[in-house]
Design a protein around this ligand. Sequence first.
Ligand SMILES: [Zn+2]
Ligand SMILES: [Zn+2]
Length: 240
Amino acid sequence: MSNRVCGGLSFTFCMVFLYLFMMIDLHTHTVFSDGELIPFELVRRAEAIGYSAIAITDHMDASNIDLIIPRVVKAVQKMKPFVSIEVLPGAEITHAPLQLIPELVKEARNLGAKIVVVHGETIVEPVLKGTNKAAIEAGADILSHPGLISIEDLLLAKEKNVLLEITARKGHSLANGYVAKEAIRFGAPLCINTDSHSPSDLITKDTARQILLAAGIEENRIDSIFENAKSLIDKVLRRN
Ligand SMILES: [Zn+2]
Ligand SMILES: [Zn+2]
């Protein structure tokens, strides 16, 4: 990722620059679900606002998983040589019956999704109780907006190294304070994503930092949260 972002700059300078200033966002939507932009425009806007990496994770269930992922994989492959940021095809398994979550996570990966998110038990939607647990057990990479996640599920997320999401998204973000406090108390790993649906939802890393502080997270923990997203990207790129 660094070579493409920083071009001819020295490796050390580049890494410091990436680490300090550039946003990683592993949960976004396009017109393939309920987002407003096509993948090329979403990525261009992310590049322009100062991202170093983005995952495209449209809402999916059994009806559209095999339609969307190959299209997004194709768009990502086509744009890859010509964009300066890392772009990862992904999926957000959304409102699935608990019993279908494991096979949908597996199918998403088989179809080429590098980042698999499961739409967690946000307090602003009637997400099925048990979705958080099923997502973690199924080996999702990220549990988005997990709402009032239980202690049992926090411990399971820690054990399985599933990232729990602090979100910039209105509504879902109402539980950010709880998620932050309990994840830190039980040692479960956190990340921060935008869940962008519109161009104006993309944020700078500085705004992400402020959202983490506003969730009650202490300054000295914030870098480790950004580091979790970076480690996940390194892990999924190594998988291939
Ligand atoms: Zn949505
Ligand atoms: Zn989402």
